[in-house]
Write a protein that binds this ligand. Structure first.
Ligand SMILES: [Zn+2]
Length: 551
């Protein structure tokens, strides 16, 4: 044990919460072992619905049992089980995928994963097939009446492919009606698809640019070109257009040029209110592929510690267990997306929190530890829980989510994804201060992290939620080193085969963060109801159930 960890050990002993300190301490070695195991090749990248899921779920249940948690999942034969079944619609291309882009009648073949990355259609069709669909540039593809912004201006997108920019209209200028550099939900790719579906488009191609997307092309390819998943819908065509995908920036720039347009100038116009959709004259897209769809059943895993005096009030900790599985091929020769940091680290922290709370005296409120499935496929496990809650959302105190924690050693600071929006941020800051550390706002608000992990599914339904994020200010190397590490991770390992455990990883920082989340959790599991900030879009839905929460 190095001297570096003394500050947090001291902080734990002095936890200013008027309750007993935990008899156990977060253990960096145990975190390391759990991450190493979960991300080993034996776990095959933890894809939902595979044998790797069984292995992962069994491991998590074992650890939860060992920690003294009780089964917190669905009722089975009158007793709680450890899991909640999550039905998922799974879509894959079946056989060859033929795509062409034509300009002035000259077709050029496109290769999946190279110029474009297309998702298997999620509309329950057997065949994704159309010829020569016209392309229309719709700018950022935003319809935001409350901001007096409409990129569509009544354009008819039926039978057409919308070409759309990622992020929101003021990302590049840094100031405007969409939070400046920070991303609003209008900037997320999920929004682009949803809006196109509302308008009955045939397809959407999102132009990939690394800065506004917040990740590189390799990440786009890994997240889109294999199986895709959705919740099971009665009318999937309401939620999806047949063709959803991304197109490389260079391919787009060349295409614009061929039809007599300038990409950068067109983008500039899209950053203004008067932008109108621009048809790409003579440019068309064709595709022919068979699609298979099936329903699989995956699992959320839930352990619970019942509260001593207010057991019907629940604090939830979440961390997704899933990742992207095994690719058919990868240029690096490594086909397994191991997901060590994303999200072996979050699951390890969840289990460690279970162990700490499990060995401590009961808190007044209940605590649920939920390892969710299919987060990587669009927050689907948490979405299913939020729409089929086992513990009422009205009396769910908060969700503290963990996704991508620190493996570079102790830090002087901590952060969160997308800057709070609720009083959990104040609670986090207080707990951080008690540890002798500080809070740093989300260093990349433009990445839209608030919408990118499981806490968002609960936030949408009003539950005060936050996704904890480690700080960049490394005790060994400072902010510059920490930021460089984070950027290097997102460029070279995030959603790629290189996200693997290494002996060089230093889990003392994660242990420090688990200690922090333990003290934050203890406060929330004792008393008080966190509140949404006045300007938050989630305040109203929470307000509707105010009478159900006892002071
Ligand atoms: Zn993740």
């Amino acid at each position: 044990m190095s001297k570096l960890i003394l500050p947090w050990v001291a902080a734990l002993a002095l936890a200013p919460l008027g309750v007993q300190a935990a008899p156990l301490k977060p253990d960096p070695a145990r975190l390391s072992v759990d991450v190493k195991l979960l991300s080993s090749d034996a776990f095959e990248g933890r894809e939902p619905g595979t044998r790797a899921e069984n292995r992962t779920v069994m491991f998590i249940i074992d650890r939860m049992q060992e920690a003294g948690l009780q089964p917190g999942g669905a009722l089975a034969g009158g007793k709680r089980s450890w899991t909640q079944d999550v039905p998922l619609a799974k879509f894959t291309f079946n056989g060859p995928l033929d795509m062409t882009l034509s300009v002035a009648g000259h077709p050029r073949p496109l290769t999946q994963g190279q110029q474009v990355a297309i998702r298997a259609a999620q509309t329950n069709i057997e065949q994704l097939s159309f010829q020569n669909a016209p392309l229309v540039f719709v700018g950022y593809g935003v319809h935001a009446p409350e901001r007096n912004w409409d990129d569509f201006k009544g354009v008819d997108l039926h039978g057409k492919i919308a070409v759309v920019l990622v992020n929101d209209p003021d990302f590049e200028t840094g100031k405007g009606d969409f939070g400046g550099k920070a991303m609003t939900y209008y900037g997320r790719w999920t929004y682009k698809y949803e809006e196109a579906a509302r308008r009955g488009a045939l397809g959407v191609l999102i132009v990939h640019e690394t800065a506004p997307a917040a990740y590189g092309w390799a990440t786009v390819v890994n997240s889109n070109t294999d199986a895709v998943y959705d919740i099971v819908r009665t009318d999937p065509a309401q939620a999806h257009v047949p063709l959803e995908g991304w197109i490389q920036r260079d391919v787009t720039v060349a295409l614009f040029k061929q039809v007599g347009l300038d990409f950068e100038a067109s983008k500039k116009r899209a950053q203004t209110r008067d932008f109108k959709p621009v048809p790409l004259p003579g440019a068309t897209f064709s595709v022919s592929a068979r699609v298979s769809h099936q329903v699989i059943v995956s699992k959320n895993v839930l352990g619970r510690l019942p509260g001593s005096t207010r057991p019907d009030e629940t604090l939830i900790f979440t961390a997704h267990w899933d990742h992207f599985g095994v690719r058919p091929s990868d240029p690096s020769g490594d086909r397994i997306l191991n997901g060590a940091v994303d999200n072996g680290t979050g699951v390890a922290a969840l289990l460690e929190l279970g162990r700490l709370f499990g060995s401590a005296p009961k808190t007044p409120r209940s605590i649920v530890f939920m390892a969710t499935t299919a987060e990587e496929r669009g927050l689907l496990g948490s979405e299913y829980y939020a729409t089929h809650p086992i513990y009422p959302l009205e009396t769910t105190v908060a969700d503290i989510n963990m996704d991508i924690l620190g493996v570079y050693g102790p830090t002087r600071d901590v952060s969160d994804f997308g800057d709070g929006q609720n009083t959990l941020l104040t609670d986090l800051m207080q707990a951080t201060q008690a540890q002798g550390r500080s809070y740093t706002p989300d260093p990349s608000p433009e990445a839209g992290h608030f919408f990118r992990s499981d806490h968002f599914s609960l936030a949408k339904r009003g539950v005060p939620s936050m996704s904890f994020s480690p700080g960049d200010d490394l005790v060994n190397g400072g902010v510059a080193a920490g930021r460089a590490r984070r950027e290097d991770y997102f460029a070279h390992r995030y959603h790629q085969p290189g996200d693997e455990w290494t002996p060089a990883m230093d889990f003392r920082g994660e242990a420090q963060d688990v200690a922090l989340l333990y003290s934050l959790g203890k406060k929330l599991a004792t008393s008080g109801w966190p509140q949404w900030n006045a300007e938050s879009e989630f305040k109203e839905v929470r307000g509707q159930s105010a009478s159900q929460r006892q002071p």
